[in-house]
Design a protein around this ligand. Structure first.
Ligand SMILES: Cc1cc2nc3c(=O)[nH]c(=O)nc-3n(C[C@H](O)[C@H](O)[C@H](O)COP(=O)(O)OP(=O)(O)OC[C@H]3O[C@@H](n4cnc5c(N)ncnc54)[C@H](O)[C@@H]3O)c2cc1C
Length: 452
């Protein structure tokens, strides 16, 4: 190994949290090293939010075309060219990779390409060739898709494999019940694939406000997504008709071109040299941190998907920046409060949600304290459809002041509505503050300030 190079701060992982923290620390004058394997930007930029949202945009355009017919446009279907879309998408992502590299260079962060591993509490090796040392080390190595441990699993693909596909699969089964499963199932269906969604229980999106998932389930079934509920996959095999899923329940689902495993993600902590620094993960591979991102070992910190914080890019970024503010910016109490984290699921239709579900609020505050307001309506955009997809909204309030503790919506445009409402709720908005706000008409978001 080469001689040790000394820094103030070493960050392992060039994804959302790691890059944000490295840049912020360097902006305070710290000497920062970033150790990164894989393309810069990590999951979000390369195999997560960005390619997913570009796919969602493509799917949105495809479905808008159906709507346009009602407005008098010609109903000739557009042809979607998967290959051309992919090459535009890949080129865009490459530009983003370049911008991240430029950003690091401009901030004077020293980039080491390779696998980082702890070599004690203050040292990190890069590909076992270079040794770096620093009093402060941040672990931000993110997560990776989980594969089922069943015969034939390798015949399927994970979300990384989905983004690498050169051609559109025509008959696809998506296995999983989380947001990635419903998002990718929705995208594929909107782009014309024949899609089944295989879930172990009766429904998907566990933990979300039930109104949202019930509405989405109805919409997906109307769109022609085949929901195979209460199915546990026992094996995947190939026969003369293509891929075939065998279920523990005894039946099977065959004739498939592709099977997408979207059954969760696990933190990438197994090859980080944690033992060398006296660190250990919990049984699921996560690192424990306190509200300041401190691990139990002094001088070693963790942010993002390797912690149990919500696995979202803005959460990883905010945690990474706040940590740097605290360690190098003189802001000793700076930390992330990830309660009231707003979230959008880019399903078809999209879901926007912040705060507690009605069930959570009733459990926390008791039935007498909780009052909910709901609405379900046809948005004006869909006025000319014979069977229009509806929009649904719900406010969860508590106490005599009716403080808003949850806001949930599903329907056209909600993905862009949520951010401002999340600010208001964070500031302690009450129902009457919403009522006192003049509506913007005609929009769907006005419904939130006119609910009775
Ligand atoms: C399909 C999909 C869609 C998503 N959509 C959204 C969305 O719409 N909105 C949203 O907010 N979030 C979304 N996410 C989640 C989001 O991508 C993650 O929460 C976020 O990227 C986590 O950031 P991170 O910094 O913890 O890790 P990552 O971004 O995963 O970065 C970790 C980096 O560390 C590198 N690395 C790992 N081990 C080492 C090592 N030992 N040495 C050097 N480098 C290493 C990895 O290669 C990777 O580049 C999505 C994720 C997926 C998979």
């Amino acid at each position: 190994m080469s001689t040790t190079t000394d820094f103030d701060f070493i960050v392992i992982g060039g994804g959302s949290g790691g890059i944000a923290s490295a840049n912020r620390a360097a902006s305070y004058g710290a000497r920062v090293a970033l150790v990164a394997e894989g393309p810069l930007g990590g999951t979000c930029v390369n195999v997560g939010c960005v390619p997913k949202k570009l796919f969602w945009n493509a799917a949105h355009l495809a479905t808008s075309h159906e709507l346009a017919a009602g407005y008098g446009f010609s109903a000739t279907p557009w042809d979607f060219n998967w290959g051309s879309f992919k090459s535009h998408r890949d080129a865009y992502i490459q530009r983003l990779n370049g911008r991240y590299a430029e950003g690091l260079e401009n901030n004077r962060v020293t980039l080491f390409r390779g696998h980082g591993r702890l070599r004690g509490k203050n040292q990190v090796s890069v590909d076992e060739k270079t040794l770096l040392s620093a009093a402060k080390i941040l672990l931000a190595t993110g997560g990776t898709p989980i594969w089922p441990e069943i015969p034939g699993a390798e015949l399927g693909m994970d979300s990384d494999g989905f983004f690498a596909l050169g051609e559109q699969p025509q008959r696809v089964a998506v296995v999983g019940a989380g947001y990635i499963a419903v998002e990718l199932a929705g995208v594929l269906r909107a782009l014309g694939s024949d899609v089944s969604l295989v879930v172990r229980r009766n429904h998907f999106l566990h933990g979300f406000e039930p109104m949202l998932r019930e509405h989405l389930m109805e919409a997906m079934q109307t769109q022609g997504i085949n929901l195979l509920a209460q199915r546990q996959v026992r094996q995947l095999r190939r026969d003369a008709n293509g891929l075939c899923l065998d279920f523990a329940q005894g039946d099977c689902h065959g004739g498939l071109d592709a099977v997408l495993w979207a059954i969760g993600r696990r933190p990438q902590t197994s090859d980080l040299g944690l033992v060398a620094a006296d660190l250990a993960t919990d049984d699921d591979g996560f690192l424990a941190v306190d509200k300041f991102q401190n691990t139990p070992v002094d001088g070693i910190y963790a942010v993002g998907d390797i912690t149990r914080a919500p696995a979202l890019t803005p959460v990883a970024i905010a945690a990474g920046r706040r940590l740097a503010d605290r360690l190098f910016g003189g802001q000793s109490e700076r930390h992330l409060d990830s309660s009231l984290t707003p979230t959008v699921i880019f399903s078809h239709p999209p879901i926007a949600t912040v705060g507690m579900s009605e069930i959570e609020a009733r459990e926390r505050y008791g039935d007498e304290q909780v009052k909910c307001y709901q609405s379900r309506f046809v948005p004006l955009l869909r006025a000319f459809q014979s069977e229009p997809e509806r929009t649904a909204m719900k406010l969860v309030t508590v106490g005599h002041e009716e403080r808003i503790v949850g806001l949930h919506a599903i329907g056209d445009g909600v993905e862009e509505m949520l951010q401002g409402f999340a600010v208001a709720i964070r500031m302690g908005a009450r129902k009457r503050d919403f009522d006192d706000t003049i509506a913007i008409h005609p929009t769907s978001s006005e419904e939130f300030v006119t609910l009775r």
